[in-house]
Unconditional design. Structure first.
Ligand SMILES: Cc1cc2nc3c(=O)[nH]c(=O)nc-3n(C[C@H](O)[C@H](O)[C@H](O)COP(=O)(O)OP(=O)(O)OC[C@H]3O[C@@H](n4cnc5c(N)ncnc54)[C@H](O)[C@@H]3O)c2cc1C
Length: 710
């Protein structure tokens, strides 16, 4: 066998075809060489066994990911397999290339030297600074530092400021095909896709007084989607709607959810102001009993849970929180009766009020400019600053919109997802802060000279340092007060927290009546008193406290869901999932027939959430339709298919523990605890690959892995 030389190869992975150039130089039963692909250039070495060469590539920063390669050389033909890691298994095919000019590699600039050239900072010192800033904020109580909104705190989330109180109605006793729980975009998409599949005998149950979910509840001033609206707002082509701006504000998003509700006739089938309490499988009638806070007992053949991933608010567990005698609310229940005005401003009732806002995550970044404008005095209590990059919002160019061709939204979403998962792409259609981060900071650096995984990690870390330096420089350039500017600088890597983009937040700290209170040294606010907030030993008397403390995103599944769910034999879903999710494709689980879940589970995660929920809804609607068409009464995964999917998900896990452990505490890393953070247990090849997998599954038409009982 002669493997020495250059080979052009293609691996048909689930993420699309990956092209690469391989170089081998054998030396007995080992070889050294290089691999150039759209993922960058790597140095490789491995074993030669008769006509087979095998090697592994291991990435270490910011995630650790291992891929095993095995190729067979026969004459000028190369065949083989790429195995494990985030790609699953994929065949490789290749041929010998004529050009074997190794000197091209040798003459290429050294990537580490190139990355380090002209650095105006010391990477080691910056790394140490990140560590100190992280350690300062780590708390022993981890996630337990937050209060669940139950008991005396329930009103913070259960009160609905947007409806008249006193709504009553007769309890429902329907027998129905499908119940969808939740009327946010996921529930709306489930309803829309069911209708498209000819299923109209369903009911949506929604706790709020209208559709919109996140965008019904979170009507704080300045609320805006942070993903480009042409990608984020669902069903734009179906409804012939083009958002007014690149990043829509809440009113437009909320109106769009109402538009979907009207277009698909969903208002007629929805029970608003109704909260589901429990969902129990009744074996005798093969239906789910859905019980609500309105004493309903609805019997449904199928249940689709569309509760949202950020719909249960949380409060910081600050001592004395219940003692405060002024006014207080959570940002997801903004009290315009108290502040005056609406989501666009006009909060004139704050003109004589001293206001405290606690928390400086994505919500506060959008709300603070409005509070700064209207409050007599504003105190912003900050433990960890967000990274605040340029937003650059702009009105829609309708001449551009007219050029859009059918299928444009899907294409745009796929292009966005491709960039965010490191796949090859021709043009960056969205071209914003998100794609900039992924193109320049999180993708494996392009280099003509192959690198070791450690070297790749170093180059990526330097790119990250540079990016975060620019974020910190933006603070210096904008905020006049030197102490405030220093405190507003984020000292962590870009993806330790959800990046934010806003052009009004930082200038707000130049207003004379706006004060930033840095509570990092004490790991948070010390206490709440009758009159106000105590931090760093000082009491700040205020009239109103606004909690911008976020949502239950990474807490225990039961706590996040807030509904009791009991399947076959009365088994609790939460006991069933006690040792982790067990699903087929993330949507359904054995022992819980006709039960479907839309959300983040064992499926692909995307920062553009509606794109992932839409495909989930489409798939679930297809399964329900097909089950009925085949005369089925129940459908659930077989044990084998579920085990196989769980096994695949486990194999696909990337180890980003070291990266997350070095991060400042937050919900991405379970407040700094070492166990896996956000994104654990997901389908790592990404949303485009996952959607393709589902499409191919549906195209076979054989409902593989599902057990249908008639
Ligand atoms: C402030 C904010 C900004 C965001 N910005 C973005 C963004 O820019 N891009 C992005 O991709 N994502 C964003 N998200 C995430 C956002 O939640 C999703 O994009 C999407 O709107 C979720 O839709 P959903 O229907 O799955 O959940 P939700 O919108 O949360 O809807 C779930 C609904 O279920 C209802 N519900 C829950 N429990 C029950 C029950 N027991 N009984 C009855 N009804 C119940 C809730 O009332 C809620 O209306 C943001 C989230 C927040 C909080």
């Amino acid at each position: 066998m002669n493997a020495d030389g250059k080979w052009n190869a293609i691996a048909a992975t689930q993420m699309g075809e990956q092209k690469f150039t391989l170089r081998f130089k054998t030396n007995g039963d080992t070889f050294t060489g290089s691999m150039h692909s759209n993922f960058g250039a790597l140095l490789i070495s491995g074993i030669v066994d008769s006509d087979t060469l095998s090697w592994s590539t291991v990435m270490s920063q910011p995630i650790s990911m291992s891929l095993d390669y095995k190729v067979r050389i026969q004459g000028d033909e190369l065949t083989g397999e790429l195995n494990g890691g985030a790609f699953g298994t994929a065949p490789i095919k290749g041929t010998r290339a004529a050009d074997d000019d190794e000197s091209a590699d040798a003459n290429a600039p050294d990537p580490i030297e190139a990355a380090k050239a002209d650095l105006d900072f010391d990477p080691a010192a910056l790394r140490e600074k990140y560590r100190q800033e992280r350690d300062k904020r780590i708390r022993d109580d981890g996630e337990a530092q937050y209060l669940e909104l139950s008991g005396k705190f329930a009103h913070y989330s259960e009160d609905d400021p947007y409806v008249e109180s006193g709504f009553v109605r007769e309890p429902l006793r329907d027998e129905i095909d499908v119940v969808i729980i939740g009327g946010g975009f996921s529930g709306l998409l489930a309803g829309a896709r069911l209708k498209e599949n000819g299923i109209s005998n369903f009911r949506i149950i929604e706790a709020g007084g209208d559709f919109g979910g996140t965008w019904y509840w979170n009507r704080y001033p300045g609320a805006q989607c942070d993903i480009e609206s042409y990608c984020y707002l669902p069903l734009l082509e179906e409804l012939g709607y083009i958002p007014k701006e690149k990043y829509s504000y809440v009113n437009e998003i909320f109106e769009h959810s109402q538009r979907i509700g009207r277009a698909y006739g969903l208002y007629d089938v929805t029970s608003f102001q109704t909260r589901v309490k429990s969902v129990d499988w009744d074996e005798t009638i093969k239906r789910w009993h859905i019980s609500t806070n309105r004493n309903d007992d609805i019997k449904a053949r199928f249940v689709i849970m569309a509760l949202g991933t950020a719909s249960r608010a949380k409060l910081p567990g600050i001592p004395g929180i219940e003692e405060f005698e002024g006014h207080s609310f959570h940002t997801s229940r903004w009290d315009y009766n108290y502040t005056g005005g609406n989501t666009t401003g006009g909060m004139t009732k704050l003109a004589d009020k001293r206001v405290a806002i606690i928390g400086t995550g994505a919500t506060a970044i959008q709300a603070v400019p409005f509070l700064g404008k209207y409050a007599k005095q504003l105190y912003v209590f900050q433990r960890t600053p967000s990274s605040v990059d340029l937003r650059g919002n702009k009105p829609t160019d309708y001449t551009w919109a007219e050029t859009l061709e059918p299928g444009w939204q899907r294409k745009r979403r796929e292009n966005f997802a491709a960039i965010l998962t490191g796949q090859p792409f021709e043009h960056d259609l969205v071209n914003d802060g998100w794609t900039d981060i992924f193109r320049n900071v999180l993708s494996i650096p392009k280099s003509d000279k192959p690198m070791t995984p450690e070297q790749i990690g170093q180059v990526m870390e330097i790119a990250d340092f540079k990016k975060m330096n620019s974020i910190r420089a933006r603070v210096d350039d904008t905020v006049e007060d030197r102490d405030a500017a220093e405190a507003l600088k984020p000292w962590y890597r870009q993806f330790c927290k959800r990046p934010t983009f806003n052009d009004e937040y930082l200038p707000t700290f130049n207003l004379p009546h706006v004060e930033l209170i840095d509570v990092s040294a004490a790991k948070g606010v010390e206490r709440i008193t009758k009159k106000g907030v105590v931090a760093n030993g000082k009491e700040y008397e205020v009239d109103c406290i606004i909690y911008a403390s976020g949502f239950e995103i990474s807490t225990a599944f039961r706590r996040r869901i807030g509904i009791e769910i009991n399947g076959e034999g009365g088994k609790s879903l939460f006991e069933h999932f006690a040792d982790g999710f067990k699903t087929l494709h993330g949507f359904s689980t054995r022992g819980f027939p006709n039960w479907f879940y839309i959300g983040i589970s064992q499926n692909a995660l995307s920062v553009n959430m509606t794109a992932m929920f839409d495909e989930q809804a489409r798939h679930i609607a297809y399964i329900i339709k097909e089950t009925r068409n085949r005369g089925g009464v129940t459908v659930q995964p077989t044990q084998e298919s579920q085990d196989a999917w769980v096994d695949l998900i486990n194999k696909l896990q990337i180890n980003n523990r070291a990266f997350l452990e070095a991060c400042t505490p937050g919900y991405y890393n379970n407040e700094g605890s070492a166990r896996a953070g956000l994104g654990a247990g997901i389908y790592t090849p990404g949303i485009n690959a996952f959607n393709k997998l589902l499409e191919e599954w549906r195209a076979t038409g054989d409902m593989e892995g599902l057990e249908i009982q008639r």
